[in-house]
Design a binder for this molecule. Structure first.
Ligand code: COA
Length: 147
């Protein structure tokens, strides 16, 4: 088991956060270190992260949940998600590929239909569906919400 702690990110960790997001291949935009919680190992390396990203003044997105491959399956993402949920108001939204939906259901998130999505997520969902069509990929995007 990895020895790690969870805390707010520091400015000096900005590059490590970006590198981790890049490594796991998720949305690389909007990675302001000030919003991040990080999991840090005994050597001070960022091995996990997550943030709450605002869209306008009233929409909040749980985003950038990532754990480095060699540290997965130990509950690190769970601790990051639980702390972000404990520290932030509702509703919270998120976007994920379908195979990750089951993980977020464990935290009370439920997939919502296009009509129930705030405009930002409607736009993202339509863009994703278009790109899915163009690239002939199978997996869809879920927009989920917890109240
Ligand atoms: C998804 C990811 C963050 C999980 O990190 P992790 O530290 O291994 O997750 P945890 O060990 O904390 O697992 C938390 C719970 O979710 C479950 N879980 C993890 N990944 C899951 C998945 N893809 N589908 C369903 N359940 C999943 C675990 O079984 C665990 O359940 P439990 O606590 O009830 O036993 C990690 O695999 C990752 O970085 N993936 C690539 C980036 C990514 O897809 N991020 C999500 C973007 S939406």
């Amino acid at each position: 088991m990895t020895d790690y702690s969870i805390r707010s990110a520091q400015e000096a960790e900005s590059a490590q956060i970006k590198a981790l997001i890049h490594e796991v291949g998720i949305n690389p935009t909007g990675l302001d270190w000030r919003r991040f919680l990080v999991a840090v190992d005994g050597l001070g390396r960022v091995i996990g992260c997550g943030q709450i990203k605002p869209h306008g003044s009233d929409i909040l997105e749980l985003a950038s949940i990532a754990v480095s491959p060699e540290h997965r399956g130990q509950g690190i993402a769970r601790r990051i998600i639980e702390q972000l949920l404990a520290e932030n108001p509702r509703p919270l939204y998120l976007m994920c590929v379908e195979h990750n939906g089951a993980m977020y259901e464990k935290f009370g998130f439920r997939a919502i239909e296009l009509e129930a999505m705030p405009r930002y997520f409607q736009r993202m969902k339509k863009l994703f569906d278009l790109s899915k069509l163009l690239h002939k990929t199978e997996e869809g995007l879920l927009v989920m919400m917890v109240e």
